[in-house]
Write a protein that binds this ligand. Sequence first.
Ligand SMILES: Nc1ncnc2c1ncn2[C@@H]1O[C@H](COP(=O)(O)OP(=O)(O)OP(=O)(O)O)[C@@H](O)[C@H]1O
Ligand SMILES: [Mg+2]
Length: 412
Amino acid sequence: MKTNNVIVALDVGTSKTVALVGDIDELGDLTIIGYGEAKTKGIDKGLISNPNDVIRSIKEALVQASNSSGVKISSVIANLGGFHIEFRNEADFLSFGTAQKDITDFDISTLSQKVKEKIEEEQHKLIHIIPKRFILDDENEVVEPVNCLASKLEGEFHIILTKLNTYSNLKRVIEMTGVKVADFVSNAVASATSTIFDEEKEMGVLLIDIGGGTTDYTVIGPNSYEYTASLPLGGNNITLDISHRFKIPKKDAEKIKVEYGLATLEALESEKEIEVYPIGSEQPIYISHYELVDTIEARLEQIFTLVKEDLEKAQVFEKVNGGVVLTGGVANTPYIKDLAYDIFKADVRIGKPTNYKGFSDKINSPQYATAVGIMLFKKNSFKQIEFDMMENTGSDFVGIVKKILDKIKSIF
Ligand SMILES: Nc1ncnc2c1ncn2[C@@H]1O[C@H](COP(=O)(O)OP(=O)(O)OP(=O)(O)O)[C@@H](O)[C@H]1O
Ligand SMILES: [Mg+2]
Protein backbone atom coordinates (compact mmCIF):
# COMPACT_ATOMS: atom_id res chain seq x y z
CA MET A 1 0.00 0.00 0.00
CA LYS A 2 1.30 3.50 -0.86
CA THR A 3 1.65 5.53 2.32
CA ASN A 4 2.38 9.01 1.04
CA ASN A 5 -1.24 9.92 0.30
CA VAL A 6 -2.71 8.56 3.48
CA ILE A 7 -3.97 10.77 6.31
CA VAL A 8 -5.31 9.83 9.71
CA ALA A 9 -8.06 11.78 11.48
CA LEU A 10 -8.46 11.41 15.22
CA ASP A 11 -11.67 12.69 16.81
CA VAL A 12 -11.23 12.57 20.57
CA GLY A 13 -14.80 13.24 21.67
CA THR A 14 -16.28 13.26 25.16
CA SER A 15 -18.19 10.02 24.46
CA LYS A 16 -16.13 8.21 21.85
CA THR A 17 -12.74 8.38 20.19
CA VAL A 18 -12.68 7.69 16.45
CA ALA A 19 -9.65 7.14 14.26
CA LEU A 20 -10.09 7.09 10.48
CA VAL A 21 -7.43 6.30 7.93
CA GLY A 22 -8.14 8.04 4.63
CA ASP A 23 -6.60 7.70 1.22
CA ILE A 24 -6.66 10.73 -1.08
CA ASP A 25 -6.36 9.80 -4.73
CA GLU A 26 -4.83 11.86 -7.50
CA LEU A 27 -8.11 13.68 -8.13
CA GLY A 28 -8.40 14.57 -4.46
CA ASP A 29 -11.20 12.07 -3.72
CA LEU A 30 -11.26 10.64 -0.20
CA THR A 31 -11.67 6.92 0.56
CA ILE A 32 -11.74 5.75 4.17
CA ILE A 33 -9.56 2.64 4.37
CA GLY A 34 -9.36 2.18 8.14
CA TYR A 35 -11.70 2.70 11.06
CA GLY A 36 -11.28 2.41 14.81
CA GLU A 37 -13.54 3.44 17.66
CA ALA A 38 -13.30 3.28 21.43
CA LYS A 39 -15.43 4.62 24.25
CA THR A 40 -13.70 7.74 25.57
CA LYS A 41 -12.85 7.75 29.22
CA GLY A 42 -11.25 10.65 31.06
CA ILE A 43 -12.82 13.62 29.24
CA ASP A 44 -15.43 15.80 30.88
CA LYS A 45 -17.23 18.62 29.01
CA GLY A 46 -14.55 18.49 26.32
CA LEU A 47 -11.64 18.83 28.76
CA ILE A 48 -9.20 16.16 29.92
CA SER A 49 -9.88 15.01 33.49
CA ASN A 50 -7.85 11.78 33.47
CA PRO A 51 -4.96 11.67 30.94
CA ASN A 52 -4.21 7.95 31.38
CA ASP A 53 -7.77 6.97 30.55
CA VAL A 54 -7.74 9.23 27.47
CA ILE A 55 -4.45 7.71 26.32
CA ARG A 56 -5.96 4.22 26.58
CA SER A 57 -9.02 5.24 24.52
CA ILE A 58 -6.87 6.84 21.81
CA LYS A 59 -4.56 3.82 21.62
CA GLU A 60 -7.51 1.47 21.24
CA ALA A 61 -9.00 3.49 18.38
CA LEU A 62 -5.62 3.88 16.65
CA VAL A 63 -4.77 0.18 16.90
CA GLN A 64 -8.14 -0.77 15.36
CA ALA A 65 -7.72 1.78 12.57
CA SER A 66 -4.20 0.61 11.90
CA ASN A 67 -5.22 -3.07 11.85
CA SER A 68 -8.21 -2.53 9.59
CA SER A 69 -6.19 -0.48 7.07
CA GLY A 70 -2.82 -2.18 7.31
CA VAL A 71 -1.27 1.29 7.70
CA LYS A 72 1.32 2.06 10.37
CA ILE A 73 0.10 5.28 11.93
CA SER A 74 2.81 7.80 12.81
CA SER A 75 0.94 11.12 12.67
CA VAL A 76 -2.66 12.26 13.01
CA ILE A 77 -4.80 15.33 12.47
CA ALA A 78 -6.89 15.78 15.59
CA ASN A 79 -9.99 17.71 16.62
CA LEU A 80 -10.31 20.52 19.12
CA GLY A 81 -13.62 21.56 20.63
CA GLY A 82 -15.11 22.59 23.90
CA PHE A 83 -15.97 25.82 25.59
CA HIS A 84 -12.43 27.21 25.32
CA ILE A 85 -12.97 27.75 21.61
CA GLU A 86 -13.20 31.45 20.66
CA PHE A 87 -13.20 33.33 17.40
CA ARG A 88 -12.24 36.75 16.07
CA ASN A 89 -13.03 38.31 12.72
CA GLU A 90 -9.97 40.40 11.82
CA ALA A 91 -8.83 42.47 8.84
CA ASP A 92 -5.51 43.97 7.73
CA PHE A 93 -3.83 45.07 4.51
CA LEU A 94 -0.58 45.17 2.52
CA SER A 95 0.40 48.20 0.39
CA PHE A 96 2.70 47.66 -2.57
CA GLY A 97 3.43 51.35 -3.41
CA THR A 98 1.94 53.25 -6.31
CA ALA A 99 2.37 50.66 -9.06
CA GLN A 100 0.05 47.65 -9.32
CA LYS A 101 1.51 44.16 -8.95
CA ASP A 102 0.42 40.56 -9.47
CA ILE A 103 -0.92 39.18 -6.16
CA THR A 104 0.77 35.89 -5.26
CA ASP A 105 0.30 33.08 -2.73
CA PHE A 106 3.22 34.58 -0.86
CA ASP A 107 1.31 37.89 -0.42
CA ILE A 108 -1.64 36.00 1.06
CA SER A 109 0.67 34.20 3.47
CA THR A 110 2.34 37.49 4.44
CA LEU A 111 -1.03 39.11 5.09
CA SER A 112 -2.22 36.07 7.11
CA GLN A 113 0.97 36.24 9.13
CA LYS A 114 0.41 39.96 9.82
CA VAL A 115 -3.13 39.27 11.06
CA LYS A 116 -1.93 36.32 13.07
CA GLU A 117 0.71 38.41 14.86
CA LYS A 118 -1.92 41.01 15.65
CA ILE A 119 -4.24 38.64 17.47
CA GLU A 120 -1.71 36.33 19.05
CA GLU A 121 -2.26 36.35 22.78
CA GLU A 122 -0.12 34.77 25.42
CA GLN A 123 -2.62 32.28 26.76
CA HIS A 124 -4.21 31.39 23.42
CA LYS A 125 -3.34 29.10 20.54
CA LEU A 126 -4.48 29.90 17.03
CA ILE A 127 -6.16 26.93 15.35
CA HIS A 128 -7.49 28.40 12.11
CA ILE A 129 -7.06 31.57 10.12
CA ILE A 130 -9.63 31.23 7.35
CA PRO A 131 -9.87 33.91 4.64
CA LYS A 132 -13.33 35.51 4.37
CA ARG A 133 -12.81 37.97 1.55
CA PHE A 134 -10.20 40.23 -0.03
CA ILE A 135 -10.50 43.82 -1.22
CA LEU A 136 -8.21 45.14 -3.94
CA ASP A 137 -7.39 48.86 -4.07
CA ASP A 138 -10.20 49.70 -1.60
CA GLU A 139 -12.99 48.84 -4.02
CA ASN A 140 -12.79 45.51 -5.78
CA GLU A 141 -14.04 42.63 -3.56
CA VAL A 142 -12.77 39.17 -4.52
CA VAL A 143 -12.74 35.71 -2.99
CA GLU A 144 -9.53 34.63 -4.73
CA PRO A 145 -7.04 37.49 -5.28
CA VAL A 146 -4.08 35.44 -6.57
CA ASN A 147 -3.08 36.58 -10.08
CA CYS A 148 -5.15 39.80 -9.78
CA LEU A 149 -3.40 43.17 -10.19
CA ALA A 150 -3.51 45.61 -7.24
CA SER A 151 -1.42 48.12 -5.33
CA LYS A 152 -3.23 47.40 -2.06
CA LEU A 153 -4.46 44.03 -0.75
CA GLU A 154 -6.87 44.00 2.16
CA GLY A 155 -8.05 40.72 3.71
CA GLU A 156 -10.65 39.69 6.26
CA PHE A 157 -10.16 36.47 8.19
CA HIS A 158 -12.13 34.26 10.57
CA ILE A 159 -9.73 33.19 13.29
CA ILE A 160 -10.41 30.35 15.72
CA LEU A 161 -8.45 30.15 18.95
CA THR A 162 -8.38 27.99 22.01
CA LYS A 163 -6.77 28.27 25.43
CA LEU A 164 -3.08 27.38 25.21
CA ASN A 165 -3.24 24.86 28.04
CA THR A 166 -6.28 23.05 26.53
CA TYR A 167 -4.36 22.72 23.27
CA SER A 168 -1.08 21.67 24.94
CA ASN A 169 -2.77 19.09 27.18
CA LEU A 170 -4.59 17.41 24.32
CA LYS A 171 -1.52 17.44 22.06
CA ARG A 172 0.62 15.99 24.83
CA VAL A 173 -1.87 13.22 25.62
CA ILE A 174 -2.21 12.23 21.95
CA GLU A 175 1.57 12.25 21.46
CA MET A 176 2.01 10.06 24.54
CA THR A 177 0.39 7.27 22.49
CA GLY A 178 3.40 7.40 20.16
CA VAL A 179 2.00 9.41 17.23
CA LYS A 180 2.69 13.01 16.24
CA VAL A 181 -0.10 15.56 15.91
CA ALA A 182 0.44 17.11 12.48
CA ASP A 183 -2.42 19.57 12.95
CA PHE A 184 -5.71 20.35 14.64
CA VAL A 185 -9.14 21.14 13.17
CA SER A 186 -11.86 22.60 15.36
CA ASN A 187 -15.00 20.48 15.91
CA ALA A 188 -17.42 22.94 14.36
CA VAL A 189 -15.27 23.57 11.29
CA ALA A 190 -14.69 19.85 10.76
CA SER A 191 -18.38 18.93 11.14
CA ALA A 192 -19.44 21.79 8.87
CA THR A 193 -16.97 20.69 6.20
CA SER A 194 -18.44 17.21 5.93
CA THR A 195 -22.13 18.16 6.18
CA ILE A 196 -22.85 21.61 4.72
CA PHE A 197 -23.66 22.16 1.03
CA ASP A 198 -22.51 25.19 -0.97
CA GLU A 199 -26.13 26.26 -1.58
CA GLU A 200 -26.66 26.47 2.19
CA LYS A 201 -23.52 28.55 2.67
CA GLU A 202 -24.68 30.98 -0.01
CA MET A 203 -27.85 31.58 2.00
CA GLY A 204 -26.17 31.58 5.42
CA VAL A 205 -26.37 28.42 7.51
CA LEU A 206 -26.10 27.47 11.18
CA LEU A 207 -24.37 24.18 12.00
CA ILE A 208 -24.87 22.74 15.49
CA ASP A 209 -22.88 19.66 16.54
CA ILE A 210 -24.37 18.29 19.76
CA GLY A 211 -22.03 15.65 21.13
CA GLY A 212 -21.77 14.01 24.52
CA GLY A 213 -20.19 16.88 26.45
CA THR A 214 -20.15 19.86 24.12
CA THR A 215 -22.33 21.69 21.65
CA ASP A 216 -20.11 23.25 18.99
CA TYR A 217 -21.76 25.67 16.58
CA THR A 218 -20.84 27.91 13.72
CA VAL A 219 -22.55 30.25 11.27
CA ILE A 220 -21.24 30.09 7.71
CA GLY A 221 -21.98 32.76 5.13
CA PRO A 222 -21.39 32.88 1.38
CA ASN A 223 -17.66 33.47 1.74
CA SER A 224 -16.61 32.01 5.04
CA TYR A 225 -17.25 31.42 8.69
CA GLU A 226 -18.95 34.26 10.54
CA TYR A 227 -19.21 33.04 14.10
CA THR A 228 -17.87 29.99 15.97
CA ALA A 229 -18.48 29.02 19.61
CA SER A 230 -19.11 26.12 21.95
CA LEU A 231 -21.26 25.33 24.99
CA PRO A 232 -20.27 22.84 27.71
CA LEU A 233 -23.57 20.97 27.29
CA GLY A 234 -24.56 17.89 25.33
CA GLY A 235 -26.13 14.43 25.43
CA ASN A 236 -24.38 13.53 28.69
CA ASN A 237 -26.41 16.25 30.39
CA ILE A 238 -29.60 14.65 29.12
CA THR A 239 -28.44 11.28 30.48
CA LEU A 240 -27.61 12.84 33.86
CA ASP A 241 -30.98 14.63 33.96
CA ILE A 242 -32.74 11.28 33.41
CA SER A 243 -30.54 9.58 35.98
CA HIS A 244 -31.37 12.25 38.60
CA ARG A 245 -35.08 12.49 37.84
CA PHE A 246 -35.75 8.76 37.97
CA LYS A 247 -33.00 7.94 40.48
CA ILE A 248 -31.42 5.33 38.22
CA PRO A 249 -27.73 4.71 37.36
CA LYS A 250 -26.25 6.61 34.39
CA LYS A 251 -25.86 3.41 32.34
CA ASP A 252 -29.60 2.70 32.59
CA ALA A 253 -30.45 6.32 31.92
CA GLU A 254 -28.36 6.25 28.71
CA LYS A 255 -30.02 3.00 27.57
CA ILE A 256 -33.54 4.32 28.17
CA LYS A 257 -32.73 7.63 26.48
CA VAL A 258 -31.53 5.96 23.29
CA GLU A 259 -34.28 3.33 23.27
CA TYR A 260 -37.35 5.44 24.14
CA GLY A 261 -36.20 9.05 23.88
CA LEU A 262 -38.00 11.65 21.75
CA ALA A 263 -37.08 15.30 21.43
CA THR A 264 -40.55 16.74 21.91
CA LEU A 265 -43.72 15.93 23.86
CA GLU A 266 -45.75 16.76 20.74
CA ALA A 267 -44.40 13.55 19.19
CA LEU A 268 -45.62 11.42 22.09
CA GLU A 269 -48.67 9.54 20.83
CA SER A 270 -49.93 8.11 24.07
CA GLU A 271 -48.80 8.25 27.65
CA LYS A 272 -47.56 4.91 28.94
CA GLU A 273 -45.29 3.49 31.57
CA ILE A 274 -42.05 2.09 30.21
CA GLU A 275 -40.96 -1.17 31.76
CA VAL A 276 -37.22 -1.07 32.19
CA TYR A 277 -34.91 -3.77 33.40
CA PRO A 278 -31.93 -1.99 34.96
CA ILE A 279 -28.62 -3.43 33.75
CA GLY A 280 -27.86 -6.61 35.72
CA SER A 281 -31.29 -6.77 37.39
CA GLU A 282 -34.29 -9.05 36.91
CA GLN A 283 -36.68 -6.69 38.66
CA PRO A 284 -38.29 -4.17 36.30
CA ILE A 285 -38.78 -0.51 37.16
CA TYR A 286 -41.53 1.65 35.63
CA ILE A 287 -40.88 5.07 34.16
CA SER A 288 -43.40 7.53 32.76
CA HIS A 289 -42.73 7.99 29.04
CA TYR A 290 -44.16 11.52 29.33
CA GLU A 291 -41.69 12.43 32.06
CA LEU A 292 -38.80 10.89 30.10
CA VAL A 293 -39.56 12.93 26.98
CA ASP A 294 -40.24 16.02 29.10
CA THR A 295 -36.72 15.69 30.57
CA ILE A 296 -35.09 15.36 27.13
CA GLU A 297 -37.11 18.20 25.64
CA ALA A 298 -36.25 20.58 28.48
CA ARG A 299 -32.50 20.10 28.06
CA LEU A 300 -32.56 20.26 24.25
CA GLU A 301 -34.72 23.37 24.41
CA GLN A 302 -32.17 24.97 26.74
CA ILE A 303 -29.28 24.14 24.37
CA PHE A 304 -31.07 25.49 21.28
CA THR A 305 -32.22 28.61 23.11
CA LEU A 306 -28.71 29.36 24.40
CA VAL A 307 -27.32 29.03 20.86
CA LYS A 308 -30.04 31.24 19.41
CA GLU A 309 -29.69 33.93 22.09
CA ASP A 310 -25.93 34.01 21.66
CA LEU A 311 -26.26 34.47 17.90
CA GLU A 312 -28.99 37.09 18.29
CA LYS A 313 -26.87 39.06 20.74
CA ALA A 314 -24.02 39.07 18.22
CA GLN A 315 -26.48 40.02 15.42
CA VAL A 316 -25.48 36.94 13.44
CA PHE A 317 -28.74 35.01 13.64
CA GLU A 318 -30.28 37.31 11.04
CA LYS A 319 -27.70 35.96 8.55
CA VAL A 320 -29.07 32.41 8.86
CA ASN A 321 -31.40 32.19 5.86
CA GLY A 322 -30.30 28.79 4.57
CA GLY A 323 -31.50 26.85 7.61
CA VAL A 324 -30.05 24.90 10.49
CA VAL A 325 -28.07 21.66 10.20
CA LEU A 326 -27.93 19.42 13.27
CA THR A 327 -25.16 16.90 13.70
CA GLY A 328 -23.29 14.99 16.44
CA GLY A 329 -24.72 11.95 18.23
CA VAL A 330 -27.63 13.83 19.80
CA ALA A 331 -28.92 14.65 16.29
CA ASN A 332 -30.07 10.99 16.24
CA THR A 333 -32.81 11.80 18.78
CA PRO A 334 -36.16 11.21 17.02
CA TYR A 335 -38.09 14.45 16.28
CA ILE A 336 -35.13 16.70 17.13
CA LYS A 337 -35.74 18.47 13.80
CA ASP A 338 -39.24 19.46 14.94
CA LEU A 339 -38.01 20.86 18.23
CA ALA A 340 -35.24 22.81 16.51
CA TYR A 341 -37.77 24.18 14.01
CA ASP A 342 -40.00 25.43 16.86
CA ILE A 343 -37.09 27.38 18.32
CA PHE A 344 -35.16 28.60 15.28
CA LYS A 345 -38.16 29.03 12.95
CA ALA A 346 -35.94 27.92 10.07
CA ASP A 347 -35.56 24.83 7.86
CA VAL A 348 -33.79 22.11 9.81
CA ARG A 349 -32.06 18.99 8.55
CA ILE A 350 -29.84 16.31 10.06
CA GLY A 351 -26.27 16.45 8.76
CA LYS A 352 -24.48 13.20 8.02
CA PRO A 353 -20.92 13.13 6.65
CA THR A 354 -20.67 13.30 2.84
CA ASN A 355 -17.97 13.33 0.15
CA TYR A 356 -16.15 10.17 1.12
CA LYS A 357 -16.20 6.51 0.15
CA GLY A 358 -15.54 3.42 2.29
CA PHE A 359 -16.78 2.23 5.69
CA SER A 360 -20.09 3.99 5.09
CA ASP A 361 -21.94 1.17 6.89
CA LYS A 362 -20.08 2.30 10.03
CA ILE A 363 -19.75 6.05 9.66
CA ASN A 364 -22.83 7.23 7.78
CA SER A 365 -24.22 8.87 10.94
CA PRO A 366 -24.13 12.38 12.42
CA GLN A 367 -21.66 11.42 15.16
CA TYR A 368 -18.95 10.83 12.51
CA ALA A 369 -19.27 14.27 10.91
CA THR A 370 -16.23 15.57 12.83
CA ALA A 371 -13.89 12.69 11.97
CA VAL A 372 -14.72 12.72 8.24
CA GLY A 373 -14.71 16.54 8.27
CA ILE A 374 -11.18 16.70 9.68
CA MET A 375 -9.96 14.95 6.53
CA LEU A 376 -12.08 16.94 4.10
CA PHE A 377 -11.07 20.24 5.67
CA LYS A 378 -7.39 19.50 5.37
CA LYS A 379 -7.89 18.30 1.83
CA ASN A 380 -9.97 21.26 0.69
CA SER A 381 -8.55 24.35 2.30
CA PHE A 382 -5.45 24.98 0.31
CA LYS A 383 -4.98 28.49 1.67
CA GLN A 384 -5.15 27.22 5.21
CA ILE A 385 -2.69 24.48 4.45
CA GLU A 386 -0.17 26.74 2.80
CA PHE A 387 -0.25 28.76 5.96
CA ASP A 388 0.10 25.66 8.10
CA MET A 389 3.06 24.45 6.10
CA MET A 390 5.11 27.17 7.70
CA GLU A 391 4.36 25.69 11.10
CA ASN A 392 4.19 22.00 10.41
CA THR A 393 6.90 21.16 7.95
CA GLY A 394 7.56 17.49 8.11
CA SER A 395 4.00 16.25 8.41
CA ASP A 396 3.15 13.57 5.87
CA PHE A 397 0.12 15.54 4.92
CA VAL A 398 2.05 18.55 3.67
CA GLY A 399 3.61 16.35 1.00
CA ILE A 400 0.19 15.21 -0.18
CA VAL A 401 -1.23 18.69 -0.36
CA LYS A 402 1.83 19.97 -2.18
CA LYS A 403 1.28 17.20 -4.72
CA ILE A 404 -2.40 18.06 -5.10
CA LEU A 405 -1.57 21.76 -5.43
CA ASP A 406 1.10 21.02 -8.04
CA LYS A 407 -1.39 18.86 -9.89
CA ILE A 408 -4.02 21.57 -9.87
CA LYS A 409 -1.50 24.19 -10.92
CA SER A 410 -0.40 21.97 -13.79
CA ILE A 411 -4.03 21.51 -14.94
CA PHE A 412 -4.61 25.28 -15.21
N1 LIG B 1 -30.04 7.43 18.99
C1 LIG B 1 -29.68 8.37 19.89
N2 LIG B 1 -30.64 9.07 20.58
C2 LIG B 1 -30.28 9.99 21.47
N3 LIG B 1 -29.01 10.33 21.79
C3 LIG B 1 -28.02 9.66 21.15
C4 LIG B 1 -28.31 8.66 20.16
N4 LIG B 1 -27.13 8.20 19.69
C5 LIG B 1 -26.16 8.89 20.35
N5 LIG B 1 -26.69 9.76 21.22
C6 LIG B 1 -25.98 10.64 22.16
O1 LIG B 1 -24.98 11.37 21.50
C7 LIG B 1 -23.93 11.66 22.41
C8 LIG B 1 -22.61 11.33 21.77
O2 LIG B 1 -22.47 12.06 20.60
P1 LIG B 1 -21.07 12.14 19.83
O3 LIG B 1 -20.61 10.76 19.54
O4 LIG B 1 -21.24 13.08 18.72
O5 LIG B 1 -20.19 12.77 21.01
P2 LIG B 1 -18.63 13.06 21.07
O6 LIG B 1 -18.14 13.52 19.76
O7 LIG B 1 -17.92 11.88 21.68
O8 LIG B 1 -18.60 14.22 22.18
P3 LIG B 1 -18.21 15.79 22.07
O9 LIG B 1 -18.25 16.20 20.65
O10 LIG B 1 -19.22 16.47 22.91
O11 LIG B 1 -16.85 15.88 22.71
C9 LIG B 1 -24.18 10.84 23.67
O12 LIG B 1 -24.69 11.67 24.69
C10 LIG B 1 -25.24 9.84 23.21
O13 LIG B 1 -26.11 9.47 24.25
MG1 LIG C 1 -17.87 15.37 18.84
